[in-house]
Design a protein around this ligand. Structure first.
Ligand code: ATP
Ligand code: SF4
Length: 321
């Protein structure tokens, strides 16, 4: 097993004028070479913040306040800025929900792709040739190289960004909801591109709200709730045997996943992360806690530790370990 990413006890807070948002609290996980790991969870659970944390790119007023994010053994939390920048361009690629965030709206798409290639040591003539091939490989006419980003569709922009990333065979690709704004057919073609990268050995850290997409494409899945990673394991393990009451509730609330089962919404709302509940952050919404009197004074007081219940299947809940 060759680990590309090892995140250990990572904590990230946003220091806002109205208080400290504990967005990510002591999160640990790893990603192997050529593995696809997906994080799911409700909006605001800290998925994107984890993604930014892995590459030490947390936006202000956020700050990594504890833990490590190792990439091939190097702690990116401690790496000098210059080295980090180099790594992000070459060995780690990022794709976000809005491809416009990765493109300069005032410059033609071709100029931007060619610039990246030149930075990677390819001469200009060869770079234009490669840029044309690249567009062809994702079924986009090559004259689009002379278009500005806003003249392309969202799907075309996203495919261009992913195929540019692919051209350099990064060791790690971080994709934060890259298909959310796109129709199902374009979404599928983008997921196929990511899968191609995985087949070539790239490790993928993927974030989505769409659990059926995660189930279809990933090797392992992590469940985030209110800044905590509450369960992580192989996709089959989570689907066949979800351990954490939040995982079960989340799956039960997804119509796409459980076509023959009754759909039920999770009661209540995620907590304000400036003042998260003590003990297990899920306890105010947990049906097991509500029903079992013996858990009073435990779930609402003590933070559950992550335990391995079966091989590679971990959960943080007082019902286990
Ligand atoms: P979504 O699925 O909606 O993108 P998420 O699970 O990715 O959500 P994050 O965006 O990581 O969640 O947010 C985690 C927490 O951090 C939330 O409470 C959010 O309000 C807070 N947060 C995120 N960015 C900032 C910021 N720039 N300033 C202050 N708080 C922030
Ligand atoms: Fe529910 Fe307690 Fe488990 Fe939290 S630790 S999910 S409150 S049973």
């Amino acid at each position: 097993m060759e680990l590309v990413v090892e995140v250990k006890d990572l904590s990230i807070y946003y220091f806002t004028l109205s208080g400290v948002v504990k967005a990510v609290e002591r999160v640990s996980f790893n990603i192997q070479r050529g593995e696809w790991l997906t994080f799911v969870g409700e909006s605001g659970s800290g998925k994107s913040t984890v993604a930014y944390g892995i590459i030490n790119l947390v936006p202000s007023p956020g700050k990594i306040v504890g833990g490590q994010a190792l990439f091939e053994g190097k702690d990116l939390v401690k790496l000098p800025k210059e080295k980090l920048k180099e790594l992000r361009g070459k060995e780690i690629s990022m794709v976000f929900q809005d491809p416009m965030t990765s493109l300069d709206p005032l410059r033609k798409v071709g100029d931007q792709i060619v610039e990246v290639m030149i930075e990677h040591g390819i001469d200009e003539k060869e770079a234009w040739k490669k840029a044309k091939e690249l567009l062809k490989s994702v079924n986009i006419p090559e004259d689009r190289l002379y278009y500005y980003p806003h003249q392309l569709s969202g799907g075309q922009r996203q495919r261009i960004i992913i195929s540019t990333a692919m051209a350099f065979r990064p060791k790690l690709l971080i994709a934060d909801e890259p298909t959310t704004a796109l129709d199902v057919i374009v979404q599928d073609s983008i997921m196929d591109l990511l899968n191609e990268m995985k087949q070539e050995g790239t490790s993928i850290f993927f974030i989505t709200h769409d659990i059926s997409l995660a189930v279809e494409r990933s090797d392992r899945m992590g469940i985030m709730y209110a800044g905590k990673l509450v369960e992580i394991g192989k996709v089959d393990q989570l689907i066949e045997n979800p351990l954490h009451p939040y995982t079960s509730a989340l799956f039960a609330s997804m119509p796409d996943l459980w076509v023959d089962k009754e759909i039920s919404a999770i009661p209540g709302f995620p907590p304000d992360l400036r003042t998260p509940p003590p003990g297990c952050r899920f306890h105010p919404r947990c049906s097991v806690f509500r029903e079992r009197k013996d858990l009073k004074g435990i779930c609402d007081k003590e933070e559950p530790k992550m335990v391995e219940v079966e091989k590679e299947h971990f959960v943080a809940c007082h019902l286990y370990g």
